[in-house]
Structures are given as C-alpha cells and as structure tokens.
Design a protein around this ligand. Structure first.
Ligand SMILES: [Zn+2]
Ligand SMILES: [Zn+2]
Length: 948
C-alpha cells in the first residue's frame, strides 16, 4: 500500500472517503449488517424544504450522526431517513410575494385558493440540493432518497388520525380564547412560535397614558386608569380593581374648580408634578359595582349583559400604572373577568388589523394609527390626564415581521390545562442532557403554557379534519377511508380546496355537513413526526414499539418550548407517555461579535468556505468538544475550528506516520489480532494499553450519557500523551539501530493494537480521518462496519498514576537541566529527582522499569529519587564532566548534524551513506557507523553525506 502523504490535505482526503463510502454503500452496509430486531431509534426534526443550512442546522446534524454511528458500532441497527417540512406560513409568504399579494383577502377574492395551493406545491417541489452537499460534508449519514415530506398524503393521513384520537379523548375543543394574532397573515400565531427566537421581541416606543373615567354617582370624581394600548380604549366596557388593595381619593385644584381622582395608594407617584391632597382611603372592594361614564358608547349592550361598571380582578396589581385596569376583549385575563361578570364583549378590529368601518371617528384606521388619534380626542375632551413616552418589548410575527397583538379567537385548541399533570409526570421519564433543563426551562414552560391554538385561518397545511352541520353535529374522520365512506367521494388530495369540496351527510339530521375552514398549525405536524413518518397506524409492517418512544432527539434551546414541547404534548395526549428517551439540548452559535448570526451584520465566516478549507471532521471536533453541546451559547471561532487540525488531525497523523515509517524499515512480522491486548514487559507498552483501556471505558460511558464534550477532550488528550511520551520514548526501540528484536516486536504489537482501537473510538466523532487511517493500516472495508471496543473491568489505575508522577519528575528534570545551560546532548553523570511525598509511587517496580526511560529522557548516567515534604517537584544535576562524558556529548552532537544532512537529502531509514566529517573520536567509530547507517567514515574539511 502506498504510504500516507506527509503533508495531508484533509478536505481532499474527506472527498475521497465520501466517494468511497458512496461507491461501496458503506452507510447501507452499516445498517444491514446489524440485526433488524435490535434497534436504536432517533427522531429527526425535518428542516423546511426550501431553506439553506446554516451553522445551527449543521450543529444539530452532527450529533444526529455521532450517536447513530456509536450505537451502530455497539451492534444496533439505526434507521436514518431524511424528512422535509413543507407546510405553513413560510411557503405561503413566499407565494404571496411571487403573486404580488399584499392582503390575505386577495387569495380568495382575486387569485383563488386552487391556484394559490398549486403555487405552494410548485414552490416546495424543488428539493434544495444544497442540503445534501452540507450534510455529506459534515459526514452525516442519512437516506435522502427515501425522504418523507409533511405534505405527503400518507403523512397527512397520520396527522388526521392523531387529531381524531385527541378529539375523541376530548383534548381538543373549539372555543373563544385570546391568543397572539398577526394582522398581515390574518391568523393566530402560537405563543411558543414567537418565544422560540428572542429576536421576535422588539422594543417599541409608545405612550403610557393615564385616562380619566368619570364616576356616575359622585360629582367631579374620576377613576384613573393607565394603559399602553390606546387603540383598545375605544372599547372599554368595564374597569377592574383589586378588591384587596388600598385605594385613595385625592383632591386636585383645576382652572375651573377642583376634581377628585381615585387610584391605588402605592401609585401616587404617577401624579408627579400635580399638586394634590389625599382626602380618603378605601379598599378596592368598595369600588366594585360603581358605574362610570364611557368615553365612547357607539356599541349596543345585549340583553342580560352589562357595561361601564367597575369589577373585581385578582390579577390587578399596583406594580405599574394606577391599580385600575381598563378591560377589553383583547386580553386573556380581561376576557375571563368579562365572562364571569357578564360584561358586553365588543370586537372593533377586523381580521386585517383595521378599526371596523362602523366605529365613529376611527373607522378604517390601522389599529396602531388610532393610538394617536384617540389620545388627541380624549385630550381635547379633558379625559386624558397625561401621556409619557414608554418603551416596551412587543412580539412580532416570526414570519412576516408585523407587530402582533392579542385578540380573541374562535379557534381550535388543545386543552393543555387538563393535560398538565400528565405532562409533568411523563417528563420524569425523560433523560435530559444537560439535566438542568428537565426541572428548569422545560418544566417552567409547561407550567406557564396556555391552551394551544392549533388552527390557522390559512390555506397551505393539513386540514382541520372536522365537518360541522348546522344542527351542531360534528363528524371527525380518523382516516381517508372513514371520510370516503362518509362522503361517498374518492379522496385524492387532503389539501384545500379539494378537501373543502368533500361533503358528508349529517348522522343526526341528514343535512349536508361541510368542513370547517381552518388548517392545522404546522407544529401539529412537527409534533406528529414520530408516527406520521411511518404512516402509523396505517402501515401494517411496523409496530408502535418499533419506533416509539425514540431513543434520542437533539435540537437547540429554542426548541424546548417548541418542538420538544409539542412532541411531549402529543405523546402524552395519545399514549400518556413521554415522547423521547434521551434529549440533548444544544446552545446557539452566535456571530463573531456575540450577536445572532446575520448576513446583514457580516458577523460569521461562510460555512461552506470553512468546510472546504478545514473539512468536516474538524468542524465536528470543534463543535462536539465545545460547551455548545451542554446547552451553552458560543461565539463562532475560526481559530478554534482550525486548531482542531493541529491538535487532533496532525498529531494523530504523525504518530500513525511514525508507525508506518519504521514498520516499513523494520519489516517486523507480528500478531495483528487486535481483539486482545498484547502482553509486553516494557512498561511503556503496559502503560499505553492501560491508558487505552481507561479511554475505552470513559468514552463508552460519555457517549452512552450523551456527553460529546467530554468524549472529544479525552480523545484529544490521549493522542497528546501517546505522541509526547509513548512515541517519543519509543524512538530508540525501532529502526535500524535498535537491537532488541523482541522489544521491537512488542512495540509493534502494542502500538498497532492501540492505534486500531483508538481509531474505532474516534470513528463516531471524526468519521473521515478515522476511516482513512483505519483502512490504511488494516486494509479492512471501513471502521464504521467494526464493533465498538469492549470495556475492561479492571484498569490498573496505579500504573496510570505512577506514570503521571514519573512524567512530572521528568518535566522538573527538563526545567532544571535548562538552567544548567549545558547542551541537551551532553550526557551528565547523575541527577537527583525530588518528589513531594504526596506523590509516592504506588508500585516500586513501575519506577524501576521506567528508570532507563527517565535517564534517556534527561540524558544522565544515573538517577536518584528523593521524597521531600515540599510541594513542588525538583531536580539537581551533577554537572562535573569526565573525559568519557565529553566524548559522548561531542559524538551525539555529530550524530545530530549528520542526521540533519540525511534529512536534507530525503534519505529514508534504510538508505546507507558514505560519510566525511571534520573530526570524530576513534573509540566511537563503530557506534557512528551503525547509528548513521554509514559504510565508511573519513576526515574532510566539512560534513558530507553521499548516498550509496
Ligand atoms: Zn405575519
Ligand atoms: Zn345535522
């Protein structure tokens, strides 16, 4: 076999391996070679079909490959099939832009749903080929060919089945609740879609306004209410106070006489700048039931309903404002209190965010425009006490960027409140990594979760599978077959508008029942992935326990409230169980300036360029070895990425090169059985084997515990120790000048065994480099078809400790020797090594057997160990030189110079030379001939080396 290049180009080598894997179907073999009845399963979160991968998607793709490779080597079959997310607002927005649509109404009125949906299908038809390039080049094995799409009829039928299960268990209801609403997309948005990304909250400059509401039965007395949303002051059918809170009445002199204001006692600061006198104190409950004069009274009060009175609200606090709150139908708590008190509900905004036409003064205005107009009107009427600039963080549409508001929606909801006790219980069975998310962010977000609005007043999605009759009866099919039977129609496509044309006969009254117009939130589809990707339960070839709950999922922190949450909700609602066994939460990779990565900021290096420059393995080691794998955010660093090449790739490469170079010269035949550790009486070999055993044990437990950061650090430390101690101290054991053939053979047996096992351990994390070297050394098909090394019950940790102590002694020796200013190649008679008592060698034979290594390393003839009470390691050299020592020193210096010349001529270990030198010690002639592979040695004016 050709030798490994000494100047490797890692990205090029990775291209070669990629081509090799594809040509020889190594991925497919790695699955088929494992038993079908012993599986390890993982669930992939499908990316949006037309997007481009970014660092975040690459980050989560890497553990999605590391762990499948690991479990495959452990003997499990790991299915890996790609998926594409197709539905939802991202596609609709793109199509709207393409068709020049600016209002949702135009979709139905100008374009037609049919054409709109055809355009959506067209838009997601072209699968992004870019993904495959990135995924290949970060070394992720996944089947793109059989990728599923959330728009496939099979997938959508499973979603329909899931809805039916939840509906039958009464976890889904239709009702009026308040949720976030996008006036541009004209649809409710779920709170966790917005919460996923902190960038969806933007600071907005508004006014904090203090309004006056005149009491009906008290002269010149006003309740003060503070608000930051003037637009919904157009409709204030009630005010709320906290019945437990203390309020005060204050008297204020005005131009025309005096006025009385009522506000919470602790909020008097709001009257800053106004002269007042407190005239009365009263508890909130005394205010409840009082009537006030409305600012606007254009709406009618339905029979049995009330308006313009003060009601009690426990949620009212005196933390901000006046302790008196204006109520409107546009708040969840407001709506609840209004329902309880039978307060008239008025909706004055249309579904595009405009004030309804019939509203006097403001009709037709965009709701935010009405803010200014309303305050001007009330100011002129003396009903606005003051307005002050106020900046608050407001949610914006994650898709179109429009500022959102809360609005009551007659929509479909999942009854999260009823599910909560089971959601908490089932979370107990999940292994979270890092563990703090379990009781932290995940539990907290579940505790705070409102009911989940799952319907969207949109077009491109799975339909809400409910047919309603005027008589109130509903039909909810659980399959296409159910629907075909009920309608007598053949169902070709579950998308709108086709599905809207399917009519069923009402079971109760016999009239026609039509489907409700909404489609499902695409998060229902994301949460259904476990089942729908297998077309469960319609696919008879697979059982639930074959894939559910999956062993593993991974995504970034933003998905805690989103994907992880919806998966957990659906699995709890369907089977009262957890949705995944192990979940890894990564942090976020931020731009070089610590901000979110953004093309506009230009704050990150192009990932494709980086991969082409440094390769996929280096990216894997960089990211898997970083705290981002423990849920912490990191700043992208090209330096750390590049550094992997130096500390990992090149160190590993060079020690394998060392093995290869000498093995070619020595041509030693040795036992290449790598299943059992070879026996050696050389302490270096014995130590390296123990070190490997420890690494096998630790890496196995790291990867079983989903801790890649620890695993990468240990692999890197291992090659560093191998290079800096084992290889360095073994140089004299190999090559032409090494005389002990038995020791030479032991070196090869040991080193080969260790390298091969190390490459198996590094294979999941650095699959390209590991396979390149493994195949080179063994001639096997691929390291990824091999088994994971067996762990050892007993690891001789004393030997590891003792060798650490010995290395500390040597380091102290090097430091102290440097201070003597004598050349390193000058042998010295003796060194006394001082060792702190706390580092006493466990096993004296370890020290005895390492003694020659210590003496060689420090270039001394003898060595004495002294245990001292001090803290630090130290060394004292005897620097007196005898004639013999001087001769030996000069000879070694000569060897160094000649070897430099040999290197300049690119001579290999086996090449012999004729040598000319200015002088040498006759007594050392035999040594020089052998050491330098010279056939003759003569005196001349300067060193000359001639290859023979
Ligand atoms: Zn929007
Ligand atoms: Zn009916």
């Amino acid at each position: 076999m050709a030798q490994l290049p000494s100047q490797p180009n890692f990205p090029e080598l990775e291209e070669e391996i990629l081509a090799y894997w594809k040509k020889n179907k190594i991925f497919e073999q790695s699955i088929e070679n494992r038993p079908a009845d012993k599986t390890w399963t993982f669930l992939d979160g499908p990316p949006f079909i037309t997007g481009l991968p970014h660092y975040g998607s690459l980050l989560s793709s890497i553990p999605k490959d590391v762990f499948p490779r690991f479990w495959t080597m452990k003997g499990y079959r790991v299915r890996r099939v790609w998926g594409w997310d197709c539905h939802g607002l991202p596609a609709e927005n793109k199509v709207e832009n393409k068709l020049g649509i600016t209002r949702k109404k135009d979709i139905e009125e100008k374009i037609g749903i049919k054409k709109f949906i055809d355009e959506c299908k067209l838009y997601v038809k072209d699968v992004s080929g870019e993904w495959e390039w990135y995924i290949d080049h970060v070394g992720r094995w996944v089947d793109f060919q059989h990728a599923y799409k959330t728009m496939d009829t099979d997938y959508m039928e499973s979603v329909m089945w899931i809805f039916k299960q939840m509906y039958d268990k009464e976890y889904i209801y239709k009702g009026m609740r308040v949720s976030l609403y996008c006036p541009h997309c004209s649809t409710p948005i779920s709170n966790f879609e917005v919460a996923m990304d902190a960038d969806n909250y933007k600071d907005v400059k508004d006014f904090g306004s203090t309004y006056k509401y005149k009491l009906k039965d008290e002269e010149d007395t006003y309740l003060l209410a503070w608000s930051t949303t003037p637009w919904n002051k157009i409709v204030t059918p009630a005010l709320a106070v906290n019945p437990e809170l203390d309020y005060v009445k204050v008297k204020v002199d005005t131009d025309t006489g005096s006025e009385n204001y009522i506000l919470a006692k602790t909020t008097l600061g709001i009257l800053d700048g106004i002269k007042y006198k407190v005239t009365d104190t009263l508890r909130g409950d005394k205010l409840v039931g009082k009537a006030f004069e409305p600012h606007y009274d254009f709406y009618t009060i339905d029979e049995g309903m009330k308006a313009w009175i003060v009601v009690a609200g426990d949620f009212v606090t005196a933390d901000e404002g006046t302790g008196i709150v204006t109520l409107a139908a546009y708040g969840e708590e407001d709506l609840k209190v209004m329902k309880e008190n039978k307060i008239q509900r008025v909706l004055h905004i249309d579904d595009e965010g405009h004030i309804k036409k019939d509203v006097p003064l403001f009709g037709g205005m965009y709701y935010l425009k009405a803010n200014k107009a309303l305050n001007e009107d009330l100011m002129s009427r003396g009903l606005l006490l003051k307005e002050e600039p106020y900046t608050h963080s407001m949610p914006h549409c994650w898709r179109c960027g429009t500022q959102l508001y809360y609005a009551p929606q007659d929509a479909w909801y999942v009854d999260i409140q009823r599910l909560k006790p089971q959601l908490f219980k089932n979370n107990e069975d999940v292994h979270w990594f890092p563990s703090h998310f379990k009781k932290g962010r995940f539990l907290k977000s579940m505790e705070a979760a409102p009911d989940w609005c799952i319907s969207r007043s949109r077009y491109w999605g799975s339909p809400v599978p409910v047919w309603e009759c005027d008589c109130g009866e509903r039909f909810v099919p659980g399959s296409i077959d159910d629907l075909e039977k009920a309608s007598g129609q053949k169902i070709e496509d579950l998308h709108r508008p086709d599905i809207d044309n399917v009519i069923v006969k009402c079971m109760k009254c016999g009239k026609d029942a039509h489907r409700v117009p909404e489609v499902l939130d695409s998060w229902i589809e994301a949460g259904s992935a476990s089942f729908a990707e297998h077309h469960f339960p319609f696919n008879q070839s697979i059982k639930l326990e074959d894939f559910f709950p999956p062993d593993f999922i991974v995504e970034y922190t933003g998905q805690i409230r989103a994907w992880f949450y919806v998966l957990h909700v659906l699995s709890t609602a369907l089977f009262d169980t957890h949705a995944f066994q192990n979940v890894v939460v990564t942090g976020v990779i931020l731009g070089t300036d610590g901000r979110k990565m953004s093309k506009n900021f230009g704050n990150y290096p192009d990932p494709k360029m980086m991969i082409n420059k440094y390769g996929g393995d280096a990216l894997r080691l960089y990211l898997m070895g970083s705290p981002v794998m423990r849920g912490e955010d990191i700043v992208i660093s090209e330096e750390e990425y590049r550094n992997q090449i130096k500390v990992f790739h090149l160190t590993l490469w060079n020690i394998v090169k060392f093995y290869e170079l000498f093995n070619d010269v020595d041509a030693v035949v040795f036992d290449k059985n790598v299943l059992h550790a070879p026996q050696s009486d050389n302490i270096l070999d014995e130590w390296l084997i123990v070190l490997l055993q420890k690494l096998i044990n630790e890496l196995t437990s790291d990867l079983e515990g989903y801790d890649t950061m620890s695993a990468v650090n240990k692999l890197t430390a291992f090659i560093d120790e191998t290079s800096k101690w084992y290889v360095r101290r073994s140089r004299d054991r190999v090559g032409a000048t090494a005389e002990d053939d038995s020791d030479k053979k032991k070196f090869y047996e040991t080193f080969y065994y260790v390298l091969i096992n190390f490459l198996k351990l590094s294979a999941p994390l650095a699959p390209f480099l590991s396979d390149t070297l493994y195949r080179h050394l063994t001639g096997a098909t691929s390291v990824h078809l091999e088994s994971w090394p067996e762990i050892s019950e007993n690891v001789d940790s004393n030997l590891i400790d003792d060798m650490n102590t010995i290395r500390k002694m040597v380091e102290a020796g090097h430091r102290s020797r440097k201070e003597t200013k004598l050349k390193v190649r000058q042998p010295l008679a003796k060194v006394t090594l001082q060792v702190p008592k706390s580092f006493v060698i466990h096993n004296a034979s370890h020290l005895d057997r390492a003694m020659s290594a210590i003496q060689d390393e420090l270039n001394v003839k003898s060595c004495v160990i002294e245990y001292l009470d001090q803290e630090n390691f130290g060394a004292i050299f005897d620097v007196s030189l005898t004639e013999d020592l001087i001769i030996e020193g000069e000879t070694r210096e000569l060897v160094r110079l000649v070897q430099g010349e040999r290197r300049k001529l690119n001579l290999t270990q086996g090449d012999t030379i004729a040598l000319i030198v200015p002088s040498f010690h006759e007594s050392m002639k035999a040594y020089l001939l052998k050491k330098l592979a010279a056939t003759s040695i003569e005196i001349g004016p300067k060193i000359e080396v001639k290859k023979i």
